[in-house]
Design a binder for this molecule. Structure first.
Ligand code: PMP
Length: 346
């Protein structure tokens, strides 16, 4: 979900951006109003996440999926090793790309238990350049509640696509964070990257211009035409987040929202959670029928009739999944809980 104020602002800007007499989609990205909007978006992100000065914030295209490759292309040489955690399908995709550009050491995997937990034992390399984690596993509904401690001189790299801006984090623990916008901060089309300056320029390979972080840093995310309307939606989302009380406020709210839904799953005999209690995600909450073989489509249509959409579990795991990102109001969670209480499968 995006907050209604964001949808309204985007809809208005699509017709006439701030009285300029043309749509934001028709304006040059080199025009002052657009440049100002992009730099304001960066400032909002910097302020909300407390991003230190030696980190750059970039707005790129290609989704988090392109970052799976951009990260190792920019940070890993064929002679170097990177540590990767395997905690879900997105981690596995990141691993596949990294293997093309250097040595990859898988420090842990929960694949054999259908990714239902975050492993606690990590076999880190002595010389890894970085340790990659997927901070929240969107499909399986697990989340790193405590980030791993490194045993070497490396740094953490995180795919935060599905939990960025949902909780407070200490950015200085990370060398690089990337996130496709389309969960907590806007529509698809823009990917946020937060990168510490000094980790760059350490690999010897030639990097295609568009794939090089330095290109986008030097040009303030304006090397080529940026996805202006998507960035504007991010701008309005971050503005909304700031106006309601920022990360501290939303983190508390997210915890309460998730807790009441997990309480219902745990107390309602019809449903159960396949996920290890201590690793449960605050953003994506999968649940299944306790009794196998029950008709899932009937519960989904029962929910749909009440205006509850997008509850089908990911195709790779089945069951149900409630994604309760920042903009999901309490009422949305309450309505689902009510539906779970009232559903009678017989
Ligand atoms: N990483 C995670 C954790 C995701 O949830 C997703 C998308 N669901 C991706 C990566 C892929 O993102 P994109 O579609 O922006 O490439």
């Amino acid at each position: 979900m995006l907050h209604s104020s964001v949808l309204e602002a985007v809809s208005k800007a699509s017709k006439d951006y701030e009285g300029y007499g043309l749509s934001l989609m028709e304006m040059s990205h080199r025009s002052k109003p657009v440049k100002d909007m992009v730099s304001e978006t960066e400032s909002l992100a910097r302020e909300l996440l407390n991003v230190p000065d030696n980190y750059h914030i970039l707005f790129l295209q290609g989704g988090a999926s392109l970052q799976f490759a951009m990260v190792p292309i920019n940070l890993l040489d064929m002679t170097m090793t990177a540590d990767y955690t395997d905690t879900g399908s997105w981690s596995a995709k990141a691993i596949k790309e990294a293997r093309l550009y250097g040595n990859v050491n898988i420090v842990c995997s929960s694949k054999d238990s259908v990714y239902n937990h975050i492993p606690k034992q990590l076999n880190q390399s002595d010389d890894a350049v970085y340790l990659h984690i997927t901070s929240n596993n969107t499909i399986y509904g697990t989340q790193w509640h405590e980030f791993p401690k490194l045993i070497n001189d490396g740094y953490l790299v995180a795919d935060m696509s599905s939990d960025i801006f949902s909780r407070s984090i200490d950015i200085s623990q990370f060398g690089l964070i990337y996130a496709g916008a389309q969960k907590n901060i806007g529509p698809a089309g823009v990917t946020m990257v937060i990168v510490r300056d000094e980790i760059l320029d350490k690999v010897s390979r030639e990097i295609p211009t568009m794939m090089k972080y330095r290109t986008h840093i030097d040009k303030g995310s304006m090397f080529n035409t940026p996805p202006v309307i998507s960035i504007f939606a991010v701008n309005r989302t971050l503005f909304w987040l700031k106006s309601v009380g920022g990360i501290d406020f939303i983190e508390k709210k997210n915890k309460l929202k998730a807790k009441k839904l997990y309480d219902e799953i745990d107390n309602n005999e019809l449903f159960s959670s396949p996920i290890n209690v201590e690793d449960r995600s605050m953003m994506n909450i999968p649940f299944v029928f306790t009794q196998k073989g029950k008709d899932e489509s009937s519960f989904l249509s029962f929910c749909k009739d009440r205006g509850l959409e997008t509850l089908k579990g990911h195709r790779s795991v089945g069951g149900f999944r409630a994604s309760i990102y920042n903009a999901m109001p309490d009422e949305g969670v309450d309505a689902l809980i009510q539906a779970m209480k009232e559903y009678d499968p017989n």
